[in-house]
Design a protein around this ligand. Structure first.
Ligand SMILES: [Zn+2]
Length: 500
């Protein structure tokens, strides 16, 4: 097997390249190897293949590969931030709008005829132009935003759903009620499956339309079945893990960082490391500092997402960012080579169950990731350690009975007796750490009560520490009788090796 390699990509528009023709030289020198140019936008060839062609040639002259990224269904509202203001914000009039359960309509993330046919035609043209790889943007989903139970509730989709399932008006009313209450009833499950079926069929049709193009998808922050994204359907294609926190306001918060890490770790259960791409987005383009953008590289290193893809809508983020990013990219490529293929292990369990995926609100219990105690990713509840549950999973985890792990969830009414209610706060979690510490003889962990992400890879005999605070921290890693002290700059990482 070839050695694992971290690669760096940039998704950008011809509009942004026109605005800064020197950018290609800058990114190539920084270590970017692939550039993805915005192409077909939800029914519009605003950036036509003729406009794209000369830029593809220039990208290749700079020693990089050129590919295309399509915004296939359209975002609800303006999520692209065109600097010219000329880019159409909505699909053309002959594309129908999506309908919410309450009857309200919105455009974008809506899948009706002829959206699939027109995307397929675009793929045929892209293939004919000699493009070999295409990504779909994260508007390729059927929910307006994260945390929503999606699908289109228009009369046409209602009729098709009732025909497919044999349900009638009674079950349709039950469905609307279950969506409102976020309750995973059989009819709601059938609805989510139906929505997934539509989105997967659209993806497969686009693959079939251009069989010589490798088509990839993008999962959206916590994207899963309730948004029509059946992750297992995309196991063999390139996929971008879901991130958000696109600005300093969002990423600057500790829970902003741990939520983002949680979403990426969740998606990596379904996406192979070499096919996994990050979302690494600044939006609006100038709202995420270079320092925070560099800090996002850590999340990919911890989760073994091999490919970083930078993005900032249709406008480029400030070119000065590359001065900070270039050395950080080299450093993470090196760190990643040590950790690639190894999975983090530890007594704290990351779990995102079916209820979260089908009916949850996408607010994970994630702060435990900054406790300085190692964690691991579980598809089913573990036999040991502490498992931190979302509100939705907490309501249904009783089905697993007593499997050994100790469940923790935010307090809510009706929690079953096997769950320890605990507000998601550092004070509560550090109290838990004090309780847990005497049992950590064989597990390396960081002493004290400063937020730090401690990812332990026993098969690599390595610990990666991430300081998520803005300030430098003096930290001590304890492993049995061994103690190692390390100073880590704000938002920076340290790799400690030789720790089995
Ligand atoms: Zn519809």
């Amino acid at each position: 097997m070839p050695p694992a390699k971290r690669t760096y990509h940039l998704s950008i528009s011809t509009e942004a390249l026109d605005a800064d023709p020197e950018l290609l030289g800058i990114i190539s020198a920084a270590g970017v190897t692939d550039v993805w140019i915005a192409g077909f936008l939800y029914g519009h060839w605003y950036f036509s293949l003729e406009k794209i062609r000369p830029w593809r040639e220039r990208i290749e002259k700079h020693g990089m590969a050129a590919h295309v990224i399509n915004v296939s269904l359209g975002h609800p509202g303006d999520s692209l931030g065109s600097s010219s203001g000329q880019v159409p914000l909505a699909p053309p009039r002959h594309w129908k709008m999506a309908v919410l359960p309450d009857g309200h309509k919105y455009c974008g993330t809506s899948l009706h005829d002829p959206a699939t046919a027109e995307n397929c035609e675009a793929m045929r043209q892209i293939q004919a132009a000699g493009v070999k790889r295409v990504f779909l943007d994260d508007d390729f989903r059927l929910a307006r935003s994260p945390g929503m139970i999606g699908g289109c509730f228009c009369p046409e989709h209602k009729k098709a759903f009732l025909q497919r399932t044999g349900y009638g008006e009674t079950q349709w009313s039950e469905l609307l009620e279950a969506v409102g209450r976020r309750q995973l009833t059989p009819v709601l499950r059938a609805w989510v499956e139906y929505t997934c079926h539509q989105l997967t069929a659209c993806f497969r049709a686009q693959q079939k339309a251009a069989p010589h193009v490798q088509l990839g998808t993008m999962a959206m922050y916590f994207g899963a079945e309730k948004a029509g994204i059946r992750l297992t359907d995309y196991a063999d294609v390139p996929a971008r893990v879901g991130e958000t926190m696109f600005s300093d306001n969002e990423f600057g918060r500790l829970k902003g960082k741990t939520d983002e890490l949680f979403s990426v770790l969740f998606h990596r259960r379904f996406i192979r490391p070499e096919l996994a791409y990050s979302e690494t987005t600044a939006y609006p383009a100038n709202r995420l500092s270079a320092r925070n953008m560099a800090a996002k590289l850590v999340i990919s290193t911890i989760s073994d997402v091999r490919n970083t893809m930078y993005m900032s809508g249709l406008t480029a983020f400030p070119r000065e960012h590359w001065r900070t990013l270039a050395p950080a990219m080299k450093r993470h490529a090196k760190l990643h080579a040590t950790l690639a293929g190894h999975a983090p292990q530890g007594p704290l369990k990351h779990y995102w169950g079916e209820s979260s995926r089908y009916v949850g609100d996408d607010n994970p219990y994630s702060l435990f990731l900054a406790l300085g105690v190692p964690f691991e990713i579980r598809g089913t509840p573990a036999a040991d350690g502490f498992t931190f549950l979302s509100d939705a999973d907490a309501r249904t985890v009783e089905q697993f009975g007593s499997v050994g792990t100790r469940f923790v969830a935010r307090p809510q009414s009706g929690l079953f007796g096997g769950i320890r209610p605990m507000p998601e706060s550092l004070a509560e979690l550090f109290a838990l750490k004090r309780e847990l510490a005497p049992q950590l003889e064989r597990t390396p962990y960081v002493e004290g009560e400063i937020p730090v992400v401690c990812a332990w890879y026993p098969t690599a005999q390595a610990v990666l520490l991430w300081n998520p605070t803005e300030q430098p921290q003096e930290l001590t890693l304890r492993h049995g009788s061994l103690r190692r002290s390390v100073r880590i700059d704000g938002l920076d990482v340290a790799l400690l090796e030789g720790i089995g």
